[in-house]
Design a protein around this ligand. Structure first.
Ligand SMILES: C[S@@+](CC[C@H](N)C(=O)[O-])C[C@H]1O[C@@H](n2cnc3c(N)ncnc32)[C@H](O)[C@@H]1O
Length: 324
C-alpha cells in the first residue's frame, strides 16, 4: 500500500517510524471485517500497517488527544481500505465512551508516550534541546502546562517527581534550585529550565548519563499529562472493550509504565489464587485472558540501530479468553 502520510516517513526531522511494527502486527493479526482501536494514532505509522487487511467491512478507530495529528489522520483515512473514525480525546475517556456505545474491538493498540513529531516541534516544549515555551501538554486544551507546574509546585513535590518519574539522582538539589530561581524570576522556557538544572548538578556529573535535563523533562512530561495516573484505568477499559479472542497490545517506553502494564496483563491471566494446600478452590477465580508473551518483546538490534527511539520500548499483549 503506498504511503498516505503527509510527511515522508524517511524525513529525519519529522519522521515517526512505528516502533515494533512487525511484532504488533503479528500479535494483533488484523483480518477482514474486524474492528481495531488505535489509542495513540500519532502520525499513523502503526495504523498504516494494520489497516491493510481490514478490507471494506473493517473499522479502524483512531484516538489521540493531540489536535496536531488530525491532518495525518485525514490523509490516512483518505487512503484506508476500510471505514475509519477519529476521536480527539484522552484514551482513558474515549475507551469508556466506546464501551458505552457498544463497540467491541478485535484488536487494541496503545503505543504510549509522545511522538517524534511532538518532540521535533519546538513550540510544544517537550525538548530540552530546543528553546521554546515550557509547555509539554499533549492536549493543548488541558489547563496545566509544565511552566505552571514549575511555578506552583512545592519543593517536595518537584523533588519527588524528579526522583520517582525521572529517576534523577540530583532530584532534591534541582528542586531546591528551581524554588530559588523562581523567587527571583519566572522559569518559562525550556532553556530557563535547562539552565537551572545545569546549575544544580555537580559539574562532574554534567556529562554522565546523557543530557543533564533529560530525566527532569521526562518527569515533568509524565506529570503534566497524568500519564501514569490514567494508565491502569485505561487498560481496564481497553480490556473490557475487547471482543472474545480480541487482543490488547501495549508498547511502553519506561520502567514505571512497563511495570503497570506487566501487572495488568499478568492479573488478567491469573487463575485460582487459593493457597496450594487448599484441597478445593475456594476463590472461584478463572483467567480472563491469556498472555501472548511472558517476557516483554524488545526491538531487535537492527531496529534499535535504525531507530534509536525504539531502544527502550517494551511490548506486552494479552488475549481475552472467549469465556471471559
Ligand atoms: C508514540 S506516539 C504514537 C505513534 C503512532 N503509533 C505512530 O506509529 O505514528 C503517541 C501518541 O499518542 C498520543 N497519546 C499519548 N497518550 C495519550 C492519551 N492518554 N490519550 C490520547 N492520546 C495519547 C500522543 O499525543 C501521541 O500522538
Amino acid at each position: 500500500m503506498p504511503s498516505v502520510l503527509p510527511i515522508a516517513l524517511g524525513d529525519p526531522t519529522t519522521a515517526h517510524e512505528p516502533v515494533l511494527a512487525d511484532e504488533v502486527l503479528e500479535l494483533l493479526r488484523p483480518r477482514a471485517g474486524q474492528t481495531v482501536v488505535d489509542c495513540t494514532f500519532g502520525a499513523g505509522g502503526h495504523a498504516q500497517r494494520m489497516v491493510e487487511d481490514l478490507g471494506l467491512g473493517g473499522l479502524y478507530i483512531a484516538i489521540d488527544q493531540d489536535p496536531d495529528v488530525r491532518p495525518f489522520f485525514d490523509a490516512f483515512a483518505a487512503g484506508a481500505p476500510c471505514e475509519t473514525r477519529f476521536i480527539r480525546a484522552n484514551f482513558a475517556v474515549a475507551l469508556e465512551a466506546l464501551g458505552q456505545d457498544g463497540v467491541r474491538a478485535d484488536g487494541i493498540l496503545m503505543d504510549l508516550g509522545i511522538s517524534s513529531m511532538q518532540v521535533d516541534r519546538p513550540e510544544r516544549g517537550f525538548s530540552y534541546a530546543r528553546q521554546a515555551p515550557l509547555d509539554m501538554r499533549m492536549d493543548p486544551d488541558q489547563p496545566i502546562s509544565a511552566a505552571t507546574l514549575i511555578a506552583d509546585a512545592s519543593e517536595a513535590d518537584l523533588a519527588r517527581w524528579f526522583r520517582e518519574y525521572g529517576e534523577e539522582r540530583y532530584a532534591r538539589q534541582i528542586a531546591r534550585a528551581i524554588v530559588r530561581r523562581r523567587a527571583v524570576e519566572p522559569i518559562t522556557t525550556t532553556a530557563d529550565l535547562v539552565e537551572v538544572v545545569r546549575s544544580a548538578v555537580p559539574s562532574g556529573a554534567l556529562f554522565a548519563g546523557g543530557h543533564p535535563a533529560k530525566r527532569v523533562f521526562q518527569a515533568l512530561r509524565i506529570v503534566v499529562n497524568a500519564e501514569l495516573e490514567l494508565l491502569p484505568h485505561a487498560l481496564g477499559s481497553a480490556f473490557a472493550l475487547l471482543a472474545p479472542n480480541g487482543v490488547l497490545a501495549v508498547i511502553s517506553f519506561h520502567s514505571l509504565e512497563d511495570r503497570i502494564v506487566k501487572r495488568f496483563v499478568r492479573a488478567r491471566a491469573q487463575g485460582c489464587i487459593c493457597p496450594p494446600d487448599m484441597p478445593v478452590c475456594g476463590c472461584g477465580r478463572t483467567p480472563e485472558g491469556e498472555l501472548l508473551n511472558t517476557r516483554a518483546i524488545m526491538p531487535s538490534a537492527a531496529e534499535a540501530h535504525r531507530n534509536p527511539r525504539s531502544r527502550s520500548a517494551r511490548l506486552r499483549a494479552v488475549r481475552k479468553l472467549a469465556a471471559a
